[in-house]
Design a protein around this ligand. Structure first.
Ligand code: ATP
Ligand code: MG
Length: 346
């Protein structure tokens, strides 16, 4: 009988344990053993799952209770949350309890991201909106007849309005690109032309920051992609290198942009774009989180430079849609290098 139950639980994809009277473990499938290594040594449920809620739910099944559901939080080795379903099972007149575990960790994480995202987006919009409303009130009241103040306030209001428009623009592009994540864009795009075009557009900002953009590239390198999206990638990376690579003291510096063909063998050659600055760099703990929406190392500094914190999130999604790779390497004090690899147009 135990053998039959073992064969049965082994066929199920989620972690399942079958418990006999006295909290004895009769059978457990591979996913359950993976989850609770103690199963290899112990056959007593309290030694394997220490959660009082799960033990109570199991005991209740043997007291003739109906099936119940409870939660199990595992903290080691990583934080995980399971929904545990304890149900009665009668086999040849013998009572058992069947524990089925459903991993809710990923669903919880997605839910948290969704909530955080809405909170962040609202917060980012609320700040410029509050400032706009404040100025409107001032213009209707105290500064009603002050022509100079009006000019100055209207200029600030325009900036705040533009900031909100850019934020909404970025959010819309992000959701659009995410929706089409599975569709790979396939038009031939000359990466060199795109990058030179972006660098030209950013030259005035670079000059303001005492930065020169140095480009090293072949005459042409054609990748399979979408021109507008690749423009956003180049723009974001070069703009970041200028914004965060500039020295606070106004000392002259440069941003190195290198485009090259990397031979990976038969049909797997890629175009590599690397953007390197010589600024303050990024500490290791921030690196894995840079591409999260609204993640900024220094939110105040980024906002002051008109940043929404969505740039690298966009870059990551665009590169993924192009089946490419994005890498960041940096050390504090030694600048940062962002590298993108894209499949060639063949
Ligand atoms: N080259 C860099 N050097 C140092 N820090 C950087 C660099 N590039 C990005 N960062 C850090 O990563 C954060 C996220 O960058 P991201 O491009 O996503 O947003 P942003 O530049 O703040 O805003 P946006 O791109 O929307 O204008 C930045 O706020 C900055 O702290
Ligand atoms: Mg940016």
């Amino acid at each position: 009988m135990a053998g039959r139950l073992e064969a049965f639980v082994e066929a199920l994809p989620d972690p399942v344990l079958i418990i006999g009277r006295g909290q004895r473990i009769i059978a457990a499938n591979k996913p359950a053993c993976g989850l609770f290594p103690a199963l290899r040594e112990h056959k007593s449920l309290p030694l394997v799952i220490r959660s009082p809620d799960v033990l109570d739910a199991t005991a209740r099944v043997f007291e003739g209770g109906a099936a119940t559901t409870t939660m199990l939080h595992e903290r080691v080795p990583v934080e995980r949350v399971f929904e545990v379903h304890a149900a009665p099972l009668k086999d040849d007149g013998v009572d058992f309890a069947v524990l089925t575990l459903r991993d809710l960790t990923a669903a919880r994480r997605v839910e948290k991201m969704r909530v955080d995202f809405i909170a962040n987006a609202s917060h980012e919009l609320r700040t410029p909106l509050a400032s706009l409303l404040g100025f409107i009130e001032t213009l209707q009241g105290a500064a009603k007849d002050d022509r100079l103040a009006r000019e100055r306030f209207l200029a600030i209001m325009r900036d705040q309005g533009q900031r909100m428009a850019r934020l909404i623009d970025d959010l819309l592009s992000l959701s659009q690109i995410e929706q089409q994540q599975h569709l790979r864009p396939q038009s031939p795009v000359d990466l060199v032309e795109v990058v030179r075009h972006c660098a030209d557009g950013l030259t005035p900002v670079a000059q303001e920051n005492a930065i020169s953009i140095l480009i090293e590239a072949p005459d042409q390198l054609v990748v399979a992609g979408n021109r507008d999206e690749l423009t956003r990638v180049a723009e974001n990376l070069i703009e970041n290198a200028i914004k965060y690579g500039a020295s606070d003291t106004g000392e002259e510096s440069h941003v190195d942009v290198v485009i090259s063909l990397v031979r990976m063998g038969e049909g797997r050659d890629v175009a590599r774009l690397s953007v390197r600055d010589h600024g303050a760099g990024i500490a290791a703990e921030h690196l894995p989180r840079l591409t999260e929406r609204f993640y900024r190392v220094d939110a105040g500094k980024s906002r002051a430079k008109g940043g929404t914190g969505l740039g690298l999130a966009l870059v990551k999604h665009i590169v993924a849609r192009h089946r490419g790779l994005l890498r960041v390497s940096s050390r504090p004090g030694e600048g940062a290098e962002f590298t993108v690899e894209l499949p060639l147009d063949v």
